[in-house]
Design a binder for this molecule. Structure first.
Ligand code: 5GP
Length: 188
């Protein structure tokens, strides 16, 4: 998606360890007009795919997911990174975070994922696919199905796409980063 690629090239920053910082329009300050365009593009790419609910993981997935849900007229469920004391019956899985270099638990109330439900997973970044696999594990515990996985930015030099595709998931991403070597962003 050219609009996103242009913005990454003009405002993205490379951090140590292959991390792309997009804090001025996605991860801290957000550009709602760009977000709306990106959501519309994800919806276009998944047209023809049956979806009952949009699912994401807090925090940065929520903005794109809610706009995808708005566009589709579907509810949006965000998986939590800590269990609220008010949540009684839940599914739990664990995820290794690439950016934080630690493993954490994710959870979702059993109330909001039903057997047979078709879920579209939306997130800001695809790196090694760990967040996506954690959410897919929660879905499978509930007997729900992941219909597709849509990402704003994919880091093509990491293994996420291969790992997820090997498990049969359909992946769409709006911009693919080929390299962040030597402080230079290379967009496919
Ligand atoms: P994965 O689970 O695919 O390894 O990593 C994806 C998750 O880690 C995303 O939810 C995102 O929040 C975070 N992440 C991974 N790589 C980057 C990056 O280069 N920049 C930012 N801002 N977040 C990233």
């Amino acid at each position: 998606m050219q609009l996103l690629k242009n913005r990454i090239l003009s405002q993205g920053r490379c951090l140590e360890g292959g991390v792309l910082k997009v804090d001025s329009f996605i991860n801290h300050q957000m550009d709602p007009l760009l977000m709306r365009e990106m959501a519309a593009e994800l919806v276009r790419r998944f047209s023809g795919v049956a979806v009952d609910k949009v699912i994401t993981i807090e925090a940065s997935g929520i903005a794109p997911a809610i706009l995808v849900g708005l566009e589709l007229g579907l509810p949006v469920l965000f998986v939590k990174k800590s269990r609220p004391s008010t949540m009684a019956d839940f599914y739990v899985s664990s995820v290794f975070s690439f950016t934080k270099n630690r493993t954490y638990d994710i959870c979702v109330s059993k109330e909001f994922i039903c057997p047979g439900e078709r879920l579209l997973f939306v997130d800001d970044f695809l790196a090694n696919g760990n967040a996506a696999l954690g959410v897919a594990d929660l879905a499978s515990q509930a007997g729900a199905v992941i219909s597709g996985m849509g990402f704003l930015i994919e880091k093509g030099f990491q293994d996420g796409r291969r790992i997820l595709q090997e498990r049969g998931y359909r992946i769409e991403s709006l911009a693919i980063i080929d390299s962040l070597d030597n402080g230079r962003i290379s967009v496919r």
